[in-house]
Design a protein around this ligand. Structure first.
Ligand code: C5P
Length: 225
């Protein structure tokens, strides 16, 4: 039996994490947060003293990753690396830098490929990432690509961090986002680009409910609900 897959790709801050979670909850399907796997790989390197640029060593770390996801009673998904809850530390700006550095290494992407495909289990999978529709699940039944302007994404991130009580600079965040976009979209393997058959949805200046309604419409067009 083919397990249905919906891919939700896009840059950070485009809303794909929120939309992916909401969609998986709505459908009662599994969720793959592929970014978390790259973030955990970066974190495991830090723990093991492996340089993020040392491709063979990072690929080895990725192959042996002892990671699993747990649902907390609050509904939050916990990321457990070798028995330790790393959910928060991987979401820091440094965690993001580590993820996008190791994600540019072809053998690391290769090492994580089969692990990602194993998430496709009945009744279905919502896969959130950068290359879900192009590389990991090219035969997915429905592909969504979310975008938003870099300024809007920096602003969203700024509000999130301020709400958490962190002191951050908006221009610095915008610079980080632009740097990460460039690294993600210009890398040789699995660059951040929409699949040819993806629905591209721009979330700039639209709230999450409006975007979710449009995503549901697209999913409906593919007769998945
Ligand atoms: O989605 P998230 O912000 O957690 O992803 C962190 C980083 O991991 C991204 O900036 C990107 O470099 C990398 N990534 C990737 N391919 C994916 C998911 C994430 O290269 N499918």
């Amino acid at each position: 039996m083919t397990v249905p897959v919906i891919t939700v790709d896009g840059p950070s801050g485009s809303g794909k994490g929120t939309i992916g979670h909401r969609l998986a909850d709505h459908l009662g399907w599994h969720l793959l947060d592929s970014g978390a796997l790259y973030r955990v790989t970066g974190q495991a390197c830090l723990q093991q003293g492996v340089d993020w640029q040392d491709e063979p060593a990072v690929a080895q770390v990725a192959r042996n990753l002892d990671v699993h996801f747990e649902s907390a009673p609050t509904g939050e998904v916990l990321v457990i690396l070798a028995g330790e809850d790393v959910s928060r530390v991987i979401r820091t700006e440094e965690g993001g830098r580590g993820a996008s550095t190791v994600a540019a290494l072809p053998s690391v992407r290769d090492a994580l490929l089969s692990r990602q495909r194993e998430f496709a289990q009945a009744p279905g999978l919502v896969a959130d990432g950068r290359d879900m529709g192009t590389v990991v699940f090219p035969a997915a039944q429905c592909k969504i690509f979310l975008t938003a302007s870099a300024e809007e994404r920096a602003e969203r991130r700024y509000k999130q961090l301020i709400a958490k009580g962190e002191s951050v600079s908006l221009p610095r965040l915008l610079e980080d986002i632009e740097e990460r976009d460039l690294r993600d979209s210009s890398r040789a393997v699995s660059p951040l680009v929409p699949a040819e058959d993806a629905f591209v949805i721009d979330s700039t200046a639209r709230n999450i409910d409006e975007v979710f309604a449009e995503v549901l419409e697209k999913v409906g067009e593919k007769a998945l609900i």
